[in-house]
Ligand binder design. Structure first.
Ligand SMILES: [Zn+2]
Length: 238
């Protein structure tokens, strides 16, 4: 586990690769269900994570690189919604975001017991999934929000074709970056932090100085390819 913290009535956790049952490229706490790992082991990994955090229900999402947001009271008990942001004001419901190079974000309401998780990659940055989640939480009454931003591919590794990097930079200028070998790149984490800052949300960057591509403590799609596992973050309102 990378990080665990309690803020008022909300508890949040960021995982790394440790503590699961999967083998090989998925070793060991793979939380992803569509990357070639044994589905039975992934379910055990998810159950282990839910147990460790002390929740009966862990709501996960099929992430589609969009900007749709859903509240858990709109999600059926066995449903896995196709969204990139999950929000809750229901006590005891764990929310899971899964990543391998994209940015995992946890949002916490300080004046209202509310929380959310967001998955943001290059497309999410362009489409504004983080601003959409912040807006939805504020609409339901969370005026004071804090964010935790997790490990992701760093701006010196996340190479993109120049046109793609420029498309991102046209929307979030501070996300434009250059690889350590001098080619166009995007710093998605910097982009997310800029979007949060612009919305007045204080952020704790747990991924500062870390890079999922460079650091084998994390799963990385760029480093491991199709067989990459997924790590992530969970948040729960008590
Ligand atoms: Zn890097």
């Amino acid at each position: 586990m990378l990080h665990r913290e309690t803020v008022d009535r909300v508890e949040l956790v960021f995982t790394d690769r440790d503590g699961g049952l999967s083998d090989g490229p998925w070793a060991s706490l793979n939380l992803g269900t569509s990357n070639g790992d044994d589905p039975g082991l992934v379910l055990l990994n998810l159950a282990r994570l839910a147990d460790e955090i002390g929740v009966d229900r862990l709501v996960r999402m099929t992430q589609v690189h969009g900007a749709d947001v859903v509240w858990t009271d709109e999600v059926a008990a066995d449903e896995i919604p196709q969204v990139d942001a999950l929000l809750t004001d229901q006590p005891g419901v764990g929310l899971l975001v899964r990543v391998a190079d994209c940015v995992p974000i946890v949002l916490v309401g300080l004046d209202q017991p509310m929380a959310g998780v967001v998955h943001c990659g290059r497309e999410g940055l362009i489409k504004g999934v983080v601003p959409a989640a912040v807006a939805a939480l504020r609409e339901r009454g969370a005026e004071s929000l804090r964010a935790w931003v997790g490990p992701r591919a760093c701006g010196q590794c996340y190479e993109l074709p120049e046109q793609m990097a420029d498309t991102v930079a046209a929307i979030v200028p501070s996300a434009r970056s250059t690889t350590s070998w001098g080619t166009p790149a995007v710093d998605i984490g910097a982009g997310v932090l800029a979007q949060l800052h612009a919305l007045g949300v204080t952020a704790t960057d747990l991924g500062a100085g870390l890079c999922t591509i460079e650091d084998e403590r994390f799963f990385s799609y760029r480093r491991q390819g199709q067989d990459s596992g997924r790590f992530g973050a969970v948040v729960v309102v008590r």
